[in-house]
Write a protein that binds this ligand. Structure first.
Ligand code: AMP
Length: 122
């Protein structure tokens, strides 16, 4: 169940400012407020989806295709396509997803640590 009380929904409603990178009728991209590396962008669909799983299961194939084409377009705009980048999308509690509006992180602009698949144990 989508909960409108999340920061990305508020950015879409212009209730909270964001440093926009790209926008079209279905997609918005902006810089992450707490960058994990030199270039850290967020890409979100304008429609309300909780996470990647919910998006892919319920959006049309055109929407899904358009979204991921926009992710690649943003990487081009940020000039990190040639040097390389990582995309990450956290899904649900075990992933540590903080904002329950589907989003992809684009990370790049410098050499990244190898992607960790380690589990978190107290
Ligand atoms: P996740 O843990 O995958 O849900 O990631 C949420 C991301 O949203 C984090 O990297 C935050 O730094 C980022 N974030 C939270 N609030 C804002 C905001 N107002 N503008 C831009 N990014 C934000």
């Amino acid at each position: 169940m989508y909960d409108k009380n999340n920061v990305f929904y508020k950015i879409l409603q212009s209730e909270i400012p964001a440093k926009k990178i790209y926008e079209d009728e279905l997609v918005l991209s902006f810089y992450d407020i707490n960058p994990a590396c030199r270039v850290h962008a967020i890409v979100i669909p304008k429609k309300s989806y909780v996470d990647f799983h919910n998006f892919v299961k319920t959006a049309t194939s055109d929407e899904v295709g358009h979204f991921f084409a926009a992710v690649a377009k943003v990487a081009d705009m940020l000039e990190i396509s040639n040097s390389g980048y990582r995309i990450v999308s956290n899904v649900g509690e075990d992933s540590g997803q903080e904002v329950p509006h589907f989003h992809v992180h684009i990370l790049g602009g410098e050499k990244l640590q190898p992607h960790s698949t380690k589990i978190l144990r107290p």
